[in-house]
Design a protein around this ligand. Structure first.
Ligand SMILES: Cc1ncc(COP(=O)(O)O)c(C=O)c1O
Length: 446
């Protein structure tokens, strides 16, 4: 079957995520947005049914770390498949779930001693919020049930996660369902006014946060942040100083600090966990995406032992009675363990330092481009903003890049590169040059 056949069948039967389906059929001044049927993946590349290939410049929604069809992860999965595919995690346990929890805890130097598994990022966020609120209830402080999130935050799209998400496009249609959290000022370094540094912006935002905490004293269960990079609102980056200040404020006002590292964990922002860059530890840490190397849905919330202990009692109602059927899936855990092995065997965090510099160098000449601003990088994420009044800029750019065999999907007017860590120097060069060509084409058409 051809690409077209698959595309037609998909459009008839599949409701695709985060998509206005009408855009695949064209309309207005824009031709139809392509829907690409993928036959197979290899390394940083995705192949369609007619032999055309696409360089995965955004790691398939930020999940893939070591390439598609990675031989080492494949081997681990094959072996696991012969032993156990899945078992419920209530009343049962298995080697993968145990070893993964132990290894993740060790990676926090034991600060976060227990792992609660789930499947997707949003479900981990729901768990962290519920855990925090229930913790305070168990401690006899049920009035601590409010949350604080940051301006421009994104924590997923289930109803609970939307309550701490500040992106109108995803949230507003569901406002009647959502118990909106209070929103603290963004530490986004782009907010610097003349003479201000990123650290100054961080301090200003922390000051605004303190005002909120003071006003809501005794009612805030937790603050949730995306450490270092707020991804979905357009790769907004802040100084690690913000996290240090936030940690101190949460301690002072008796609120949990939830770090949502679903996008930035597993080396994406440079250090293995993004919060390490600030020398702090959260009370609750949400992980997903890269955890399984981009293979299988898996998420986890790591928590401090003090939180775990507040649920430990004879009374069933004090327990954390949350579950998902596929919690701690054995195949997903084996992919995650193989992923952790690769980090150790290939000294990935150090190797990425060199790669990250090359990635940034591939687009650094854009700093002179009149329509480009805020060229920025943090670990294996590079981004820039484009001044362009055309509301269809992002769709035009996406199409222009695909025509050049590269998958880059701007968020509004922010273009970003976030390739798998196995990307080669040549492929980095290709990402950079296609980003520049697609920019020129999208601007010319807009
Ligand atoms: C910071 C952050 N939190 C939560 C999520 C939601 O994860 P999922 O899409 O797996 O539900 C995302 C997804 O992009 C994210 O970037």
């Amino acid at each position: 079957m051809s690409n077209d056949d698959w595309m037609r069948r998909s459009l008839k039967a599949v409701w695709h995520p985060c998509t206005q389906m009408r855009h695949h059929e064209g309309g207005g001044t824009l031709p139809p947005l392509p829907l690409l049927p993928v036959l197979r993946g290899e390394g940083a590349w995705l192949y369609d049914f007619e032999g055309r290939r696409y360089l995965d410049g955004i790691s398939s929604w930020w999940t893939n770390l070591f390439g598609h069809a990675n031989p080492r992860i494949n081997a681990a999965l094959r072996e696991q498949l012969e032993r156990l595919e899945h078992v419920m995690l209530a009343g049962f346990t298995h080697r993968g779930a145990i070893e993964l929890a132990e290894r993740l805890s060790a990676l926090t130097d034991g600060a976060l001693g227990h792992a609660f598994y789930a499947s997707d990022g949003a479900s981990a966020v729901e768990i962290a919020l519920k855990m925090s609120c229930h913790y305070w209830r168990n401690l006899g402080e049920p009035e601590k049930n409010r949350f604080l999130c940051l301006e421009g935050s994104y924590h997923g799209e289930t109803v609970g996660a939307l309550a701490v998400t500040d992106i109108a496009l995803y949230r507003d249609a569901y406002a009647p369902l959502v118990r909106q959290a209070d929103i603290a000022p963004s530490p986004d370094a782009r907010k610097a006014v003349s003479g201000e540094s990123a650290v100054d912006v961080a301090r200003r935002a922390a000051f605004g946060l303190e005002e909120k905490l003071r006003a809501e004293a005794g009612r805030v269960a937790a603050l949730i942040v995306e450490p270092l990079v707020q991804g979905a609102s357009g790769m907004a980056m802040h100084d690690p100083e913000y996290l240090r200040l936030v940690r101190a404020l949460c301690d002072r006002y008796g609120a949990h600090l939830i770090c949502d590292e679903i996008a930035v964990g597993f080396g994406r922002a440079g250090t293995f966990f993004a919060h390490e860059e600030a020398g702090i530890r959260p009370d609750l840490l949400c992980l997903s995406k890269g955890i399984s190397g981009g293979y299988l849905p898996l998420s986890v919330v790591l928590c401090r032992d003090g939180i775990y202990k507040a649920f430990y009692a004879e009374d069933t109602g004090r327990g954390f009675l949350h579950s998902h059927s596929y919690t701690g899936n054995a195949l997903a855990c084996s992919a995650a363990l193989a992923t952790l092995d690769i980090f150790v065997e290939d000294d990935v965090i150090n190797a990425n330092r060199v790669k990250a510099e090359k990635l940034f160098a591939s687009i650094s000449s854009l700093s002179a481009h009149p329509a480009v601003s805020n060229l920025r990088a943090r670990g294996m994420i590079c981004a820039f903003d484009v001044t362009c009044a055309d509301p269809d800029f992002s769709r035009r750019f996406y199409r222009a890049a695909l025509e050049r065999e590269v998958l880059l999907r701007p968020i509004g007017n922010t273009v970003y590169l976030m390739p798998p860590y196995i990307v080669s120097d040549d492929e980095i060069g290709q990402l950079g040059s296609v980003a520049k060509e697609a920019l020129a084409e999208a601007l010319a058409a807009g």
